[in-house]
Design a protein around this ligand. Sequence first.
Ligand code: EPU
Length: 431
Amino acid sequence: MEPSGALRGDIGVRGSKNAVTKHMVAAMLGDGPSTIRNAPEVGDVDITAAMLEAIGFAVTRSGGDVTVALAGPASGSAVQPRVPEAFTGLNRIPILMIGPLLHLTGEAFVPLVGGDPIGRRPVDFHVAALRALGAEVEAGPAGITARASRLYGARIDLPYPSVGATETVLLSAVRAEGKTVLRNAATEPEVVELALFLQRMGAHIELSPDRRIVIEGVPRLRGASRWLAGDRLEAFSYLVAGLITRGEVRVHGCPQDRLVTAITTLATMGAQVDITDEWITASAPSGLRAAAVQTDTHPGFMTDWQQPLMVLFTQAEGMSVLHETVFENRLVYVPALQEMGCEIETFAACLGGAACRFHDTNAVHSAVIRGVSKLRGADVTLPDVRAGFSAVLAAAVADRPSVLRGIHHIERGYHRPFEQFASLGLTIRRG
Ligand code: EPU
């Protein structure tokens, strides 16, 4: 891809990949069809649709609508309890299907989950939660097998407010017998969005203060429809695309309340951020200054904003610090950026914030970034979806064209990224 001038224009963001795929799993629990609206066209939807089709659901897509219904008779008897091993390692969705499959068939097999290579990403919280709800769960070399003729409400305390484990509990407890009290639950907007969808399907869910979710199981749920709010990761990524190129991108469709910390971070760095009910825009006519940021659970600075921010720091005046506290190994993409001239040094220490749970480990999870660096075009391989977008940002401000390999990673999580970039003035040619 060629370096760009200032990127300018308007971008509309659709619902997030991390909400739409979970809604598709929730739809398994309804007696009738469910429709998810404003869904993005991303690879993860294709993968999740193929998994659902393989176990007996019909998934139809039209524009931004994704409809999930039983493919066979309305009783659910046609549902297959095994998610084929062919889906091993493609994304993090199979583990979330265990609860719904247990309700529908009394058993489940799901292949090992994948997703981005960002740390070990264990599923121990999911397994412990399913066991607490009464399932027999065995982890084997190929995947996880579970059995339960019925799930029962339970008290579950998560060791860390995991997004996925909270979703496993929601998707399993809504149709369990009795009350489930989940403590230390994740409160990310995508989790709340899923809870609201389940409520529309007829679930009894209370979102209580102090990260507590109370679910009173119900015997049946119906199909429902819901419009997804705009993706906060995409919104931030495009705001950064404007800033890093000394341009200005106006992002439509993502509510301000999903971006509070991101906006304040950009403003602290010297960006001028304008916010209306319809759009948010950021510009920095007189440049940006360094900052110290640590990622956190919501409403903190989210871990998926970290990678675009890392590249932005290389174009801000001074030394910045980034401390990743959510995933132990989420700086694996830094070597690719270093090849492009980014002056980034990484550390197995907690820099720029309080000690996190990786404090006494060898996890390389802090970075010091020097700006302003001259970036150079390079031939780099993209390791994952968010890091992939960052490499595009670096290539946009590099001195000569870059070759990026593995761009399918970007398409797994961003809605039509190459069209979006083209509309802003950045040309990416597929080889
Ligand atoms: N964890 C465990 N055991 C578990 C589950 C999680 O130790 O059983 C740990 C993880 O290793 C991690 C921390 O808990 O250190 C938080 O993980 P979490 O479960 O919250 O993450 P996730 O559900 O696997 C989702 C998103 C990620 C996003 C994180 C944090 C999906 C499919 N993925 O992952 O998104 O970064 O929440 O908000 O929803 C992305 O979109 O690129 C992406 C990686």
